[in-house]
Ligand binder design. Sequence first.
Ligand code: SIN
Length: 529
Amino acid sequence: MRGREVPGGTAVQGASWEAHADLVVVGGGVAGLTAARTASLRGLRVLTVSKGGPTDTATQYAQGGIAVVAPEGDSVAGHVRDTVEAGAGLCDEAAVHSIVEGGPRAVAALTDLGAVFDLGRDGAVSRTREGGHSVRRIIHAGGDATGAEVQRALNAAGLPVLFGAAAARVVTDAAGVTGLIVLSDKGVGVIHAPAVLLATGGLGQLYSCSTNPSGATADGIALALGAGAAVADLEFVQFHPTVLFAAGGVGRRPLVSEAVRGEGARLVDAEGNSVTDGVHPRGDLAPRDVVSRAIADRINRLGTDHVYLDARHLIGFAERFPTVTASCLEVGIDPAHQLIPVAPAAHYSCGGVVTDVHGRTAVPGLYAAGEVARTGLHGANRLASNSLLEGLVVGERVGAAATERAGLRTEVTAAEFPAASRTGRARVQALMTAHGSVVRTGGGLAAVAAELAQAPTLTSATVADLEDAALTETATALVLAASARTESRGCHTRSDHPERTEAWRRSIEVRRGASGALEIPDLTPIGAR
Ligand code: SIN
């Protein structure tokens, strides 16, 4: 990577600095840094840009672990089966197989880099269970601080990262990507590059309460749509069933890992009754969408706003779950002696930018990996702890795939900022929380769409503007798909269409049409094609 400040911004119109790279990675979490490392090892000049600091990533907050096929009592076929079952008919089975199969090698590479996973008393890597898994296959670190250990190991690799730099626009020409425009504390910058990887994480900030960090503003979705790529499965937003509840708590809320239930904690309501008895054969360890819906039903039925996790009988809770324990103690709850109040909150986007299992989009030179991407692994509902797995496996593959663009000379000539429709973050969150959460209706979605359509089109000048525009664009795309999906499947529940229908056993893609407006290019249900 070569970078220089341009006095007066003369080399590129509108820019105050410019740089050159073979690959620009947007985002410093597991997928981005894994790709950056692989591409660097292959001789590419890689520059990673990240809006926040080294630990302001969703990866940092991942608790449960990494789902990876265990050497004994497990198989690729078993992990694929669990993933596909959780995905409610929308997984791409070939993609699932490919990514699951790549898991053990990707984890070994991370271990070689210095990541340390918890060991059991027998000295072997310890494995836990989470919702939807038929066996104990989830490896973890620091008890419930797996993401922090993954982030630490990747940060320690010492890759060049430009922190505090937000991506504003992926620039393309008829032959594909030519570079990226960013906004940093040095002003507007232009990075000339034939390949850009979007590894920007999720969209949790569409909602008032989320497990995601404040930077999870769907930037990659908006960047991809702006560059002409398609997004799919956006209507499937996973709500984690057990997020620490506090009356009036908004913003990033602490997770109470599903592994807590994996180790035997039980979900009960205020009257002490099980929340999931009779709901699913796996009870409290049913797939996440099932458990979140069961909690939402119980909350509605009892007229409360939360339920409880009973972990009082678990031996050694504080040692096994230090992160959860610390979050609980901070609000005055001791899990060894008290019930933990929990409620569902936005956690993970199962859909995203359409890619193959090497992170390639249909736009030459544009890649996506991690939560922002839709490879087909998650379908309508992600299986627990498959996300770090996907970030590692696909991140590494993008690092290799990007060599196909190396040597292409590209040039960005003007640092133009995008004009986009923009509603303020708080309003988008209020609308989406009211009408786009665990249970939706056609009327509620239509109300969101109508208000977002009134948003003024403005040119972004600050990072906050870019974030508001990305949230507005993503909410519009999500609501478009959720309105079209007149059924209930996976994380998408329509109380006005409560059944799953064979006609909608297909993904819904959204892209920008010729007019610049978002549209669904093909809305034909299965059977009508
Ligand atoms: C958890 O620890 O419950 C979260 C794991 C995940 O989202 O995969």
